[in-house]
Design a protein around this ligand. Sequence first.
Ligand code: ATP
Ligand code: MG
Length: 174
Amino acid sequence: NIYREAQRLISLVNDIIRLSQLDGGEIPYDKKPVDLYQVASEVVSRLSPVAEKSEITLTLSGRSSYVDGNRRILDEIISNLCDNAIKYNRPGGHAEITVSDRFLTVKDDGIGIPSDQQSRIFERFYRVDKSHSTEVGGTGLGLSIVKHGAMYHNAAIHIDSAPGRGTSISLEFR
Ligand code: ATP
Ligand code: MG
């Protein structure tokens, strides 16, 4: 228990540090061409064991697409979206990343998000269903990191979700 809680605190502290860096413009402008598909495939390798444990199939499709960006932040964006697609799902569910021309989408057929909550989930510490959310754990910082990471990359976020059907979140790099 001590180990698990310590890990949780480490990840919370890291998230808060990350957010304040993104927010305070502390990350220098050092953008390089990064292949979204390549980063996504690394995330899939890393998260596949986690998905398997929850009986979720995690897949990647599409093709190479280069954007000017920061590899580490892009990795964090994709990881957070996939983490959610796995977490807010049910056994037998799917999570799929698609990369196409300057577009990255993470789609799941999990529990979905009511439309009146969809604008709020990018707020810090905001979580939809407190009881379900307590079961799966988390602090509500993942999507604010996604939001700030998207802003850093001048990417627009699109969300399409319905309770019981699933969620699709896309980043459009301009
Ligand atoms: P953390 O990411 O910090 O571990 P978290 O997952 O609760 O915690 P966010 O990633 O910011 O925080 O997501 C905020 C809330 O939005 C979640 O608590 C959940 O209620 C809802 N949510 C996010 N992604 C999905 C999804 N793919 N399907 C259903 N609900 C989602
Ligand atoms: Mg999350």
